[in-house]
Design a protein around this ligand. Structure first.
Ligand code: G6P
Length: 353
């Protein structure tokens, strides 16, 4: 087992660091596809756990690029939805391809007459026999229970899907498609540069790992990244963490903010920037310990610590932000002496409904 970890103390850390390669190889395999023609009026995305968070990012992206409505369901909840036949594409995201709830949802979607597409990391996994089409992520095997490289590979597959669907449905121009694809090629480098922040992130983990509670906040595409950051923290460190859309703070969670409680705020340089700064002021005023994750140095004026991430094109900030949160959770869990690759009570793939 030590040999398989290639010198890393845990599979999770190895897999976090494998992301540039996993993304590069996923993009290569996606670029070789010549069957990316789509025609639909709605999209429904169904998944569990971390894959569900990828689906939520996909929602923002598809709605933005294609201007069509997207619903995202937990697979275990999709079954309670009435059978509605509509001109819809249903996308099932599952790293393993074996999650029982997601497979059950795929069967149901098919019966309801939807066109179906799976995004999975495992060639020939069960989900592939229940759907019309499959997009593979090429992240390589993931051993750590907490998903990392398969998540960013799913994000990439969703970005690629949205661009190609937009192209085939005439919603994006040839030059827009070219520009988007060119920006996707830069993702492995952005992630690589974010991995270089490992030491800084470890220092931050040392400041917060003794806390019992923490909050992750973001807006728009980075709201699901806040959810994912909180999930990673819960899964492997067992610290109670909540991910919140930053605008919802004042509708409840603000009551829990007290001196020293860590709030990790995602502040990309996009439409959410000013509003995120207002939310940071709200929690700072209550003496929270605020860690800002941003490419803009100015954010440093409003937070206790700024983790300065690489600047990216619009829509790509989730890739760099999530890597910071993966590393933060990893270091917190390590400082607490947790069984990082096999957290208590959790399984890599949940094959019961
Ligand atoms: C389990 C794993 C998670 C994963 C989820 C969905 O809960 O511990 O890391 O996100 O299943 O798995 P899937 O293989 O369907 O993506």
């Amino acid at each position: 087992e030590d040999a398989e970890k290639s010198g890393y103390p845990h599979f999770m850390l190895k897999e976090i660091f494998e992301q540039p390669r996993a993304l590069d190889s996923t993009l290569h395999s996606l670029l070789s596809r010549n069957d990316m023609d789509f025609d639909f009026e709605r999209v429904t995305i169904v998944a569990c756990g971390t894959s569900y968070h990828a689906g939520l990012v996909g929602k923002y992206l598809i709605e933005e690029l294609l201007q069509i409505p997207v619903d995202v369901y937990y697979a275990s909840e999709y079954r309670y939805r009435p059978d509605v036949v509509e001109d819809s594409l249903a996308i099932f995201i599952t790293q393993s391809g074996e999650t029982a709830d997601t497979i059950a949802a795929a069967r149901k979607a098919k019966v309801s007459g939807n066109e179906t597409l799976a995004i999975t990391n495992v060639v020939g996994s069960s989900i592939t026999s229940y759907v019309d089409r499959v997009l593979y992520t090429n992240a390589g095997p993931e051993i750590g229970v907490a998903a990392t490289k398969t998540f960013t590979a799913q994000l990439l597959a969703l970005e690629y899907f949205a661009i190609r669907a937009g192209e085939s449905m005439g919603k994006l121009s040839v030059s827009q498609v070219r520009n988007f694809i060119n920006s996707l090629r830069k993702i492995p480098l952005y992630v690589e540069n974010t991995l270089n922040l490992n030491d800084i992130i470890e220092k931050e983990a040392k400041k917060i790992y003794k806390n019992k509670d923490m909050f992750f906040i973001g807006r728009s595409m980075n709201y699901p990244i806040a959810l994912e950051g909180a999930l990673k923290m819960k899964e492997i460190s067992y610290i109670h963490a909540e991910g919140y859309p930053a605008g919802e703070l004042k509708h409840g969670p603000l009551a829990l903010i007290e001196e020293g409680i860590p709030v990790i705020a995602l502040v990309p340089e996009d439409i959410t920037y000013d509003k995120m700064l207002s939310n940071i002021k709200e929690v700072s005023a209550r003496n929270a310990y605020v860690i800002g994750v941003s490419s803009n140095m100015d954010v440093g004026k409003y937070v206790d610590t700024l983790i300065k991430v690489p600047e990216t094109e619009l829509y790509l900030s989730p890739f760099v932000n999530v890597v910071v949160l993966q590393l933060l959770a990893y270091h917190a869990a390590r400082l607490l002496g947790r069984d990082i690759d096999k957290p208590r009570n959790l399984a890599k793939s949940v094959t019961v409904e």
